[in-house]
Design a protein around this ligand. Sequence first.
Ligand SMILES: [Zn+2]
Length: 286
Amino acid sequence: MWMQDQWSAGRIALMVSLLVASAAICATGLFSIQFAWWRPPICWQRARILMYHMVCEHRPRTRFNKLRVPPEHFAEQLRWLSRNGFTFVFASQLFSDEPLPERCVCLTFDDGYEDNLTNADPILAQFNARATLYLVSDRSGGWSSKKKAHHADDELASEPKLTDEQVRAMVASGRWELGGHTRTHANLTALPPDEARNEVLASSVDLQTLYQTRPQTFAYPFGLFSLEHLPMVREAGFVGAVTTEPGIAARPYQEPLLVPRIKVSGNDNLFAFKMRMRGGKRGLFR
Ligand SMILES: [Zn+2]
């Protein structure tokens, strides 16, 4: 009887250890997929282009908090970049012949949210950084976060946008350069070609008219485009364009109108940010 009890206790102990070991293996596996920490960094000679939208606190129970990087996280990221010897460059510098040092980073902001000035700009100033703003040139009506008309949600339309005066102040500070992002944040793939061409051309013309600055680079709204849009971007005078595809390309760019960026998510902690800086993605898949 005593022998049998001892044998059962041994079996239970063995099963518990096996369970603990498999849980640990699963957790390590999930962590590794989520953060892909084992990958060697992509060559630091390649400039990192980071994609931001808003710098503000999260709004509870909303869908787009991944586009809202809290100000303290943004400051933490710039502190890390500064301490690790990164040079902040504008997107236009990446598409020029200018020789750039190893470890360059280009901060890009899409759309034109007011917090880019009120929250991000003081942090840029603190770290002597600069950024490229892919500005929707007509922000008067807000714009839709809907990729498709039948989607119910329209959360980003109500976010405060930059006024023309605010944009002028940002450009005058020398910390910001402007890039095109269409006139109305159009989904180019949903428009007939002539309307798509108008949206792209207008974004260049509008920025010149409103802010006396000729935008050199362009970002596709929603990251949506097809190959027919590339000649339109070139025709509008843009020398480079960035997508929302995750990645880190080498200069001079083989496809200057299809340059990938690194998404910075509002849900990232500093470790996730460092992983994105290393490999272009936080983890194995995104
Ligand atoms: Zn956008």
